[in-house]
Design a binder for this molecule. Structure first.
Ligand code: GDP
Ligand code: MG
Length: 609
């Protein structure tokens, strides 16, 4: 295929605006998948994706389409030229903006889908800027025009005022009824430039993604930027210098379809005998082993913004969990995993995620696809602490933050995000209140049109990790949309809040909180625990502690079991023995701190800030 007849494009949108449905329609239109066959949202392959209606992993599909240029003289040839179109689906959710920018690296254009009734929303803004910064040609698509509340003109005005986009040539579609869809592919072909690479230059390809297949091993998605790749070629990684033989090469059509060759500008897959997806570095440049090339500029590596400890729910099943995590991370290289141990929970893992939804999805997949049962600890963000000896550490697990007379904390920095919030104007006051409670700093506040306000805030990541989005939704009757991007670290007064049961710290319950909120959060945690821990044979004190200062305290009184009841008053020495035994039992349990903490207690702690 000549490069001039290749188009690589993406569909970007706010969640639910119809991206996956539109992708399905395009696959049907081109005969790539059969109409009405298979499940809707063809590219959303994971069970969690179908259940939650979100796209987690970007998928690619190659389509073929015959195109007639208007006014073009086909020189009497009745054959219209065939185009090769690579559609790269992207996730819509904020947590996966890393996946979005990765997908966009292989594209020259994007369809910006906006719901005709909802208008521009927070992720529309975020995705627009990702595409804009990558210099992509942007085609506005106003979708769902079949809805009674559709107002395409209002959306056009928003596109103009928000993005300075000339929306006079926006496409109007309904992915549901099929209206307007016939204009989509012609617009892709005519308004998006072909890939810019050089077919005579030595091979350079960008590694976009990888996953593990039971039968074929590691499969890499690649974009061939320059040159061409054939089956049997020997290639090397610019990052590691490691060489591989190309065992198979082809396109995603959308099933893997072997073609034996990939030309300049094409997107496809390669199988190269890599043993683990860890060898496939996303953003790496692959080239022929015999040639020396300048590596392509990769993309920003995924940053882990939320960490949590994962432990087997029933203590004994560490190996099963280990196996499940290994299998799952084979296909989700964006999760980081390190072993850790907790005195409270035993052996487990510290995992790093791109965001909260990413963490949730990972849990769900562990349980659904791999049958694992896990307890996870309160999610935390990575803090940077400076000690009196001048050393600096990144703290991913609050339990590991130590401060004693020799080593005192002198400063702390926490990660922040730049948040975009779009709301109907009447909710402005409530949102401002919420954001200031969450230690936010307002950066921008304007009106998109007479009904909608646009706000930009700097917020500590910690403050949005737990429950911010739900809270925002509830105070705005579900109307707010929200997106964020990582920003810089800021200095903050963050302290470690320990939970002590009978004086013993429970490492898995430690959190890092802002000093001014420590008291309130400590109180909430202690009250929650009191509800979830059953009375036991001895009294239990629950304390929330900062350093040596107790900020909250509750007690659960002992269960009174009359051990003498059965003894009919008789034998005194037997009475004494029983009393001894009970006392010893109490002592032993207190000493090892073996208090039964039900699993729900950990789950409930997750939900509080
Ligand atoms: P995505 O989150 O952007 O991928 O959105 P989906 O493609 O999953 O669509 C979200 C919902 O909107 C689904 O229930 C679709 O059936 C529905 N939908 C998609 N396109 C249209 C459309 O043109 N008109 C109407 N009325 N509904 C649509
Ligand atoms: Mg979708």
């Amino acid at each position: 295929f000549p490069t001039e007849r290749i188009r690589n494009f993406s569909i970007i949108a706010h969640v639910d605006h119809g991206k996956s449905t539109l992708a399905d329609r395009l696959l049907e239109l081109t005969g790539t998948i059969k109409r009405g066959h298979g499940q809707p949202q063809y590219l959303d392959k994971l069970q969690v994706e179908r259940e939650r209606g979100i796209t987690v992993k970007a998928q690619t599909a190659t389509m073929f389409h015959k195109h007639h240029f208007h006014g073009a003289d086909n020189n009497g040839a009745n054959e219209e030229p065939s185009f090769l179109l690579n559609l790269i689906d992207t996730p819509g959710h904020v947590d996966f903006s890393y996946e979005v920018s990765r997908s966009l690296a292989a594209c020259q254009g994007a369809l910006l889908v906006v719901d005709a009734a909802q208008g521009v929303q927070a992720q529309t803004v975020a995705n627009f800027y990702l595409a804009f910064e990558s210099n992509l040609a942007i085609i506005p698509v106003i979708n769902k025009i079949d809805q009674p509340t559709a107002d395409p003109d209002r959306v056009k005005a928003q596109l103009k005022s928000m993005f300075d986009l000339d929306a006079s040539d926006a496409l109007l579609t309904s992915a549901k009824t099929g209206q307007g869809l016939e204009h989509v592919l012609p617009a892709v072909i005519e308004r998006i430039p072909p890939p810019p690479g050089n077919s005579d230059s030595p091979l350079r390809m960008l590694l976009l993604d990888s996953y593990y297949d039971e039968y074929k091993g590691v499969i890499c998605h690649v974009a061939v930027v320059d040159g061409k790749l054939r089956k049997g070629d020997k290639i090397s990684s610019a990052a590691t210098g490691q060489a591989y033989d190309i065992l198979d090469v082809g396109i995603m059509h959308p099933e893997l379809t072997s073609t034996g060759v990939l030309h300049t500008g094409q997107v496809g897959y390669v199988v190269s005998g890599m043993r683990s997806t860890k060898e496939a570095r996303i953003g790496d440049t692959l080239h022929h082993s015999k040639s020396i090339v300048l590596p392509l500029s990769g993309f920003k590596p995924a940053k882990h913004m939320v960490f949590s400890g994962l432990y087997p729910a029933d203590g004994s099943d560490f190996e099963a969990l280990n196996h499940a995590i290994e299998r799952l991370t084979c296909n989700d290289a964006s999760v980081s995993v390190a072993r850790e141990s907790s005195t409270a929970l035993g052996l487990g893992f510290r995992c790093g995620f791109l965001g909260l939804l990413h963490m949730d999805v990972f849990h769900q997949r562990l349980e659904q696809e791999h049958g694992a049962h896990v307890i996870s600890t309160i999610p935390t963000v990575p803090y940077i602490y400076e000690y009196s000896d001048g050393s600096k550490v990144e703290v991913q697990n609050p339990a590991t933050l130590v401060s004693n007379s020799k080593k005192q904390v002198t400063a702390c920095w926490e990660p922040t995000v730049l948040a975009t919030i779009i709301i109907p104007s009447e909710y402005v006051g409530a949102v401002i209140t919420l954001c200031s409670e969450r230690r936010g700093q307002q950066l921008e506040y304007s009106f998109m049109d007479s009904q909608r306000a646009f706000m930009k805030y700097r917020l500590p990541l910690r403050e949005i990790v737990v429950d911010f989005y739900n809270e925002l939704k509830s105070i705005t009757s579900g109307y707010a949309t929200f997106d964020y991007e990582d920003s810089e670290y800021q200095q903050s007064d963050m302290v470690k809040l320990d939970i002590l049961l009978n004086g013993q710290p429970v490492d898995a319950m430690a959190t890092i909180v802002h000093n001014l909120k420590a008291q309130r959060i400590g109180r909430e945690l202690v009250e929650k625990l009191k509800k979830y821990i059953d009375r036991q044979m001895f009294e239990i004190t629950i304390q929330a502690v900062i350093g040596t200062k107790v900020v909250a305290r509750e007690t659960i009184s002992a269960m009174r079991k009359n051990v003498l009841a059965k003894c009919y008053g008789g034998d005194v020495s037997r009475k004494k023995k029983l009393l001894e035994k009970q006392k010893e039992g109490k002592k032993r349990m207190k000493r090892v701190g073996s208090i039964d903490i039900p699993q729900e207690a950990f789950h409930e702690l997750l939900k509080s800030s």
